[in-house]
Write a protein that binds this ligand. Structure first.
Ligand code: NAI
Length: 244
């Protein structure tokens, strides 16, 4: 049975992706920053109820050594890693004039360096397998920029460059690498926005509604599927028509 590793999957978009890939038949390696993220949380039970195996691997994806050890542990537990979804991400918003160095550096480490860490160690396994799918969570902020998010949009634009580079480096080994760029999706991350910020977003969306986490998970499922076997280095915007 094939295995999918999804970072930051205790809640939000990551949890929805894990659930969807479990229903597609993958064994699931969950990851999050702490055990606490899995307390009062039934994601593991929901996945196991689908008849696949599921294990959680606690690690800070921005930490190179922790990621190396975690990827080794996932490989030992499940034997193969067939799909990697680099989903873990944070925001530390603030206008440029007031953004601290700490706000900038933290977001770069968690959102961007994590993609290097994970892609390197999982990529090495996939190269030996001569197959694999890597799917990265970018954002419309990386495509168009967003006031108050210089740090975040930098990471999401970087992820698009990283996606294309990995696609070019690993394509000959049967590995695809693509990105999805969600728009405004209802999750704990976006719950933090003010009403005014929310209304401003809605005004720009052709479909006049926010996205659901399952609508991201569906596209990730497609990119992991046989149907997407010749799709690589692409960025699929999932934003209800934010910009066309
Ligand atoms: P969320 O905050 O609900 O979930 C993110 C998860 O990542 C949390 O469980 C968190 O504990 C985990 N995480 C954070 N730092 C970590 C670390 N260092 N190591 C391991 N796990 C860590 O966020 P959401 O909304 O589900 O976002 C998921 C991804 O989708 C992120 O990359 C985000 O940037 C991206 N995205 C979200 C959008 C939205 O509207 N919610 C829009 C565009 C992109």
């Amino acid at each position: 049975m094939a295995t999918a590793l999804i970072t930051g999957s205790a809640r939000g978009i990551g949890a929805a992706i894990a659930l969807r890939l479990a229903s597609d038949g993958y064994n699931i390696a969950l990851n999050d920053i702490s055990e606490a993220m899995f307390e009062n949380n039934d994601i593991m039970d929901k996945i196991k109820a689908l008849g696949v195996e599921c294990e959680k691997f606690i690690c800070d994806v921005s930490n190179y050594e922790q990621v190396e050890a975690t990827v080794k542990a996932v490989k030992e537990r499940f034997k193969t890693i067939d799909v990697l979804v680099n989903n873990a991400g944070i925001t530390r918003d603030g206008l440029l004039a007031r953004m601290s160095e700490e706000q900038y550096d933290t977001v770069i480490a968690v959102n961007q360096k994590s993609v290097f860490n994970m892609s390197k160690f999982v990529g090495n396994i996939m190269m030996r397998q001569k197959s694999g799918r890597i799917i990265n969570l970018a954002s419309v902020a990386g495509l168009y920029g967003n006031p108050g998010q210089m740090n975040y949009s930098a990471t999401k634009a970087a992820i698009i460059g990283m996606t294309k580079t990995v696609a070019k480096e690993l394509g000959s080994r049967g590995i695809t690498c693509n990105a999805v760029a969600p728009g405004f999706i209802k999750t704990p991350m976006t719950d933090k926005l003010t009403d005014a910020q929310r209304d401003a977003m809605l005004a720009q969306i052709a479909m006049k509604r926010y996205g659901e986490v399952e609508e991201i998970a569906g596209v990730v499922s497609f990119l992991a599927s046989k149907d997407a076997s010749y799709v690589t280095g692409q960025v699929i915007e999932i934003s209800g028509g934010l910009s066309m």
